[in-house]
Design a protein around this ligand. Structure first.
Ligand code: SF4
Length: 328
């Protein structure tokens, strides 16, 4: 494995059973992730974007091992994490942290900020009492809070300040990878930019790598180096930020971009709308899963699933009509 790659995901699937019971097989499966392959380099901010229910959050949860994948490999820092014991996984958890969407429910209201941030030190047996206090004060300073805030409770803070506390907790153990799952979507627009700038600042200072999950293309554009667009549990387009936003190739990405309030002035196909609703994850359409909604669909689209293919250097799409970066 390339030593610059921190995280590699190969053929990841996560199916949730529905129906069935203790003695009966599940009747169906929700295919939340249906064969994802991606890699993230050290120091990179990799964006995962798509409509709600496309499986992006499930990928983050599988990587952190909050969910057990149905199939596929996750290789982190050179180690495949699928076969690790609980003890090995605990030490690996120091290197992987998650920031959740809702800063209101993800903080224990009965604990002070200091206890919330330093909880992991107890779990991992790190630092003396004095050192922990110093470290807590350093961490709150890094996220733009004051030292006295470590004695206060979450309810005493605004939404933006609570997300700063969540960020401090996530970086407390000096992780290598932070999975940020919609970290600003629960915040006022005026606060969102402050938290995004904080994340970028910390990434540079602490050499962090982010998997940044969002439904909001404008947020992803602000922060990410590379972006993957997901539809029904699969990646349909992946490219560097400039390539994706200046020249979206997949009809789904073009549709998503046309829904952004300020249309991209550089997009060659702005104004395209996606028709219809997201299809069922239990019974996804055959062929290209996007074909019932696609304005460019041709007959092969309902029969054969397109593979993710590199159509320009570093620019990958899964579409039958895209060869060498052009619709034909
Ligand atoms: Fe549209 Fe066909 Fe391309 Fe799917 S493969 S995005 S249906 S043109």
């Amino acid at each position: 494995m390339n030593r610059h790659i921190l995280l590699q995901v190969e053929g990841l699937k996560k199916y949730f059973p529905i129906g069935g019971g203790i003695f009966r097989k599940p009747r169906h499966f929700v295919k939340a992730i249906d064969g994802i392959t991606l890699s993230i380099s050290r120091g990179e901010i990799f964006g995962l974007v798509g409509e709600s229910g496309c499986g992006k959050t499930t990928i983050g949860r599988c990587i952190i091992r909050l969910e057990e994948p149905t199939e596929g490999r996750i290789i982190f820092d050179g180690k495949e994490i699928g076969g690790l014991s609980r003890g090995q996984m605990r030490s690996l958890r120091r290197d992987m942290q998650m920031i959740f969407q809702d800063p209101y429910s993800s903080l224990n209201p009965r604990k002070t900020v200091g206890r919330i941030i330093s909880e992991a030190y107890g779990v991992h047996g790190l630092y003396s009492r004095e050192e922990r206090k110093e470290r807590m004060e350093e961490l709150v300073g890094l996220v733009g809070l004051r030292p006295e805030h470590i004695y206060r409770y979450p309810y005493e803070f605004s939404g933006g300040q609570r997300q700063r506390i969540c960020v401090a907790r996530a970086i407390a153990l000096n992780p290598k990878l932070v999975v940020a799952d919609e970290p600003v979507s629960a915040l006022d627009v005026s606060i969102q930019a402050q938290i995004l700038n904080l994340l970028v600042d910390l990434q540079a200072r602490l050499s962090l790598t982010y998997l940044f999950i969002s439904h909001d293309l404008s947020v992803v554009r602000h922060i990410c180096d590379r972006v993957a667009v997901m539809y029904l549990g699969r990646i349909v387009e992946q490219a560097g930020r400039n390539g994706l936003f200046s020249r979206p190739l997949h009809p789904y990405t073009q549709g998503l971009l046309s829904a952004v309030p300020k249309p991209d002035p550089f997009s060659p196909r702005k104004g395209r709308k996606i028709r219809g609703e997201v299809a069922s994850q239990i019974f996804p359409p055959g062929g290209c899963p996007f074909h019932p909604r696609c304005p460019d669909a041709i007959s092969i689209c309902s029969e054969t699933r397109p593979e993710l293919t590199e159509v320009e250097p570093g620019h990958w799409t899964a579409c039958h009509r895209l060869k060498r970066g052009h619709l034909f």
